[in-house]
Ligand binder design. Sequence first.
Ligand code: ACO
Length: 387
Amino acid sequence: MSQQFVGINGEQTGLGFTNRDQGAKVEEDQGLIDFKIITNNGNHERMKMLIDLKNIFARQLPKMPKEYIVRLVFDRNHESMCIVKDDTKVIGGICYRKYPTQRFAEIAFLAITANLQVKGYGTRLMNKFKEHIQKQDVEYLLTYADNYAIGYFRKQGFYQEIKMHPDRWKGFIKDYDGGTLMECYVHPSIDYGNISDLIREQKQLMIDMIKKLTLNDRVYPGIEKQNYKMETSNGDRPAVKPESVQGIMESGWTIEDYNELKKQKEKTFMISCQQIIDTMRKHKSAWPFLEPVNKDDVPDYYDVITDPIDIKTIEKKLQNNQYTSKDLFIKDVKRIFINCRNYNQPDTIYYKCANELERTIDDYLKKLKDESQIPGVSKKIKKTNNK
Ligand code: ACO
């Protein structure tokens, strides 16, 4: 079969990447079902088939007046494509009317007998119908789809947006309140009868092309557990060197890009922390915490507070890159308030200043915690890379 291209999502050309009609196609290939075009030509056997089809329509489209169904099915301007099982039994079909001068056809009724629905016959029927109608120089299909059947028609490439110029179809078909007008373009060079094979071939072609461009199909075993399980004396787990992990270098990863990204993240972290420090410093309640507590002024302070901290010390630690994680920075800021409340009584000005400053700065700390940069992680990897 020659290679043909349909739209990448299939639906542009009314197909979808579905193999839905495969079962019915196999039955057709085995001669178990056939698709027959039937008109009211007086032939006894054909009339019987039209009656069977009319009965399926009447049962499956209960809202449609029965007389109307009879009128159209037996109207000589209408034709029907029937799915015939075992040469005699009609299991579904389409009743339609062609407008040759306008190069479109209207689907009046479409149904599959109740116990055989959602088995692919409806899709196969539509594909066979398109294959047939394509040869009659029909360019578009129109139908008033029952609201329950819009999903089905959508999957067969019907759209509510009507591309045909109104002059071509208005006045030719009757308006119908109970349904949604939908249109399908019948592509002149698509092999609708073999559409599933065509799509499968296209899909395979795309997969082969993608495979040539990506390494996605290469799967390596995971990292050996013992390579990272050992604990060092300080409790850190030694991180695995990224370049030693199979597949990392192949994926285009470079230590230069990584370091650049890490630098950017660390810079963002530094800026965020510095902003918090500046905000604290400017606050009207920050004055007791700007500098370390003077031992001469408060002789017993360092006996009570064993882990002192202040805004100036935090800034110095930040500049010396001592904050390897957000948590360490946040912990230090929080310690200013904890120390203050431990040393001072609740009715003191210091205690109140700690509460006030904390209230303001808490939002900034929360924001910092939510930011995606994680200097702690990069630090660990940095250690490894420098090994
Ligand atoms: N609503 C939404 N999706 C549907 C419907 C529906 N009513 N019927 C089928 N589908 C879906 C199927 O799930 C399937 O999707 P999938 O490929 O993603 O799995 C796809 O459409 C095709 O399924 P088929 O098995 O090929 O369809 P089926 O053989 O059931 O035929 C038909 C569809 C003709 C709508 C049938 O269900 C039927 O006779 N329904 C009752 C009568 C009816 O509603 N006819 C259309 C009225 S509009 C008109 O006549 C102009």
